[in-house]
Design a protein around this ligand. Structure first.
Ligand code: GLA
Length: 398
């Protein structure tokens, strides 16, 4: 009899430890939701539609995503940004705008899922969203449960009206809520780089914005007022080591096809975002996408650079003022390279092998990812004429 007690105690301690570790795993540090092992791809309503969004548009976009070949090219998430929500009821449940979404959010999620796509939604870590709709501060767990019930697969979480909270604490709260809501949900942190999320968000979110909002322009006249493609590009330098499978720097959504830039500029915008291993959230009206825009967004050779399983973010390896060279290490040992011309006149740009991590004497195959053409074998470097506000993107394989 005397021996029984210790056995019970030992058993109790073991079970308690197992229970503690099992539940504790959700509140541990590393965000290990198994999602976004390559940068998430999809579409978001904000850049084109702003607040003027409704269920008809979202459904038509989802249809167009399939019909245009976007889904087959890898785009997956259809995300409604700000303005789908109106109020909270007496119990604190979030109420969608019934005029814009009369069938309800769950029905919309079902429709999107039925097309083989995933569904995303938007909220804010403060009291109100950037457009003044109800935020999730104080309602994190209730909202996360609601999202899971509706079938949400992706949450973009903004930073307006944050009441000077500590950003890491605020985003951690929603991270915990999502971890416990019973559904895998990609967590997209949108605090605009204001508190350097690349230094703290890797264990909290799957992606985090690194800058303010993108505008549909190549370069801003005044960067304090707006940011163009190359302005945002400059702000990515030095952030590379924070990115990897499951946790990405997010230089904001794509403007490709929204009308403010030339096809050459859009091609460079897309090339650069793929080289940066950025999330690829299209932001144009897919229902009326002209072929030259579809050609850019569905270039699978370029998308493959973005989606490379090694998950390295490319970096700037040379800066000659308007002429730059960017390179990304790929899982197969090859390099994706962009020869970039930010200037207003055509110019020759060369990438030296030594700059992209190869010995000078190496002979390597070069393939142009926009011409879809093998350019031959080259020793020491590859040089090409690059159009103004444009890029030449190649893959260099030893
Ligand atoms: C912020 C975000 C944008 C968009 C709007 C919506 O500006 O950075 O991406 O979500 O809010 O109001």
């Amino acid at each position: 009899m005397k021996r029984r007690l210790p056995v019970k105690i030992v058993l109790f301690v073991v079970i308690a430890a197992v229970v503690f570790l099992w539940f504790g795993r959700e509140t541990g540090r590393a965000l290990n939701n198994g999602l976004a092992l390559t940068p998430p791809m999809g579409w978001n309503s904000w850049n084109k539609f702003g607040c003027k969004i409704d269920e008809t548009i979202v459904k038509q976009i989802a249809e167009a995503m399939v019909a245009s070949g976007m889904r087959d090219a890898g785009y997956q998430y259809v995300v409604i940004d700000d303005c789908w929500q109106l109020d909270r009821d007496a119990k604190g449940n979030i109420i969608p705008d019934a005029k814009a979404f009369p069938s309800g959010i769950q029905a919309l999620a079902d429709t999107i899922h039925s097309k083989g796509l995933k569904f995303g939604i938007y909220s804010d870590a403060g009291t109100k969203t950037c457009q003044g709709r109800p935020g999730s501060w104080g309602y994190e767990f209730q909202d996360a449960r609601q999202y899971a019930e509706w079938g949400v697969d992706y949450l973009k979480y903004d930073w307006c009206n944050n009441g000077k909270q500590n950003s890491e604490a605020a985003y951690s709260r929603m991270r915990e809520a999502l971890a416990l809501c019973g559904r895998p949900i990609v967590f997209s942190i949108c605090e605009w780089g204001s508190t350097k999320p690349w230094t703290w968000a890797r264990d909290i979110g799957n992606l985090w914005r690194t800058t303010g909002d993108i505008s549909d322009i190549w370069q801003a006249r005044d960067k304090r007022r707006e940011l163009g493609v190359v302005d945002i590009l400059d702000l990515q330098v030095g952030l590379e080591s924070a990115a990897g499978p499951g946790h990405w720097n997010d230089p904001d959504m794509l403007e490709v096809g929204n009308g403010g830039m030339t096809p050459t500029e859009y091609e460079a915008h897309f090339s650069l975002w793929c080289l940066l291993a950025s999330p690829l959230m299209a932001g144009n009206d897919l229902r009326s996408m002209p072929p030259d825009i579809a050609r850019i967004l569905t270039n699978t050779e370029v998308i493959r650079v973005d989606q490379d399983p090694l998950g390295r973010q490319g970096r700037k390896v040379r800066d000659d003022g308007d002429l730059e060279v960017w390179a990304k290490e790929m899982a197969d040992g090859s390099r994706a390279v962009i020869l970039l011309n930010r200037g207003a006149t055509e110019a020759g740009v060369a990438a030296a092998w030594t700059e992209i991590g190869y010995p000078a004497g190496l002979e390597a195959k070069v393939r142009d990812l926009w011409k879809h053409k093998d350019m031959g074998k080259f020793k020491g470097q590859y040089a090409a004429a690059v159009p103004p506000h444009g890029g030449v993107m190649v893959r260099v394989t030893p």
